[in-house]
Design a binder for this molecule. Structure first.
Ligand SMILES: C[S@@+](CC[C@H](N)C(=O)[O-])C[C@H]1O[C@@H](n2cnc3c(N)ncnc32)[C@H](O)[C@@H]1O
Length: 199
């Protein structure tokens, strides 16, 4: 796909603008690891990346993706660790638990919703937990930080989840937030991107 309408590329571009070496970044849905790898490169070896997924296979795929790129990762212990370590920490838990793992304000957060590409398409992000995770991320985001959400309305449940995410973004005050929504206007089922920047 060309970069022109590739929504995930757009999400990375917009996060790259605010991420710097040493920052804390969060991937709320690790999946096959492309977003985690992007964040790890953006914050460098002195930065921290927390990557969540409820599927063990996703965390295995993410660790493999990082290893192929020459980066290591660690699995988080079952209970949240008291300190953030530099590098990538893979967390086998729902992103609803984000607050328990955050000891600092993240500069960039990505949620690439839907199902694991190449995996079980019935295991999808669910609007109830997605909304909890996004609220938690927006509450804790650093000033000047960005939260990027890629929504997939094309699969069962995706459109409903998109509506809940849209509503959450629309409720953010213009005093505190700048918002952006990038869509493919001639394809209603195409993924779209929501980005919120905290002032
Ligand atoms: C579209 S994929 C993510 C793509 C990924 N970021 C990448 O770069 O390949 C969506 C992922 O969300 C995960 N997921 C679903 N519900 C979740 C939850 N409550 N917490 C964390 N991850 C979840 C799925 O297991 C799946 O791997």
């Amino acid at each position: 796909m060309s970069h022109f309408s590739n929504i995930v590329c757009r999400a990375h571009q917009l996060l790259r603008e605010v991420l710097h070496p040493g920052d804390l970044a969060v991937d709320l849905t690790a999946g096959n690891g492309s977003d985690t790898l992007f964040l790890a490169r953006a914050v460098g070896p002195t930065g921290c990346v927390l990557a969540f997924d409820i599927q063990d296979q996703a965390l295995i795929n993410t660790a493999d993706r990082l290893r192929l790129a020459g980066l290591s990762s660690r699995r988080s212990p079952l209970s949240p660790s008291p300190s953030l370590l530099p590098g990538v920490t893979l967390i086998g838990a729902s992103h609803e638990q984000l607050a328990e793992y955050l000891q600092a304000a993240p500069k960039g957060v990505i949620a690439n919703l839907g199902y694991l590409p190449g995996g079980d398409e019935t295991i999808i992000t669910r609007s109830e937990s997605t909304v909890v995770a996004l609220r938690s991320a927006s509450d804790r985001l650093a000033a000047g930080g960005r939260l990027a959400v890629v929504v997939y309305p094309g699969h069962p449940g995706g459109e409903e989840e998109g509506k809940r995410v849209d509503a959450l973004f629309c409720a953010l005050s213009t005093k505190e937030w700048q918002l952006l929504r990038i869509t493919v206007p001639n394809s209603v089922k195409a993924p779209y991107l929501l980005v919120a920047e905290k002032r």
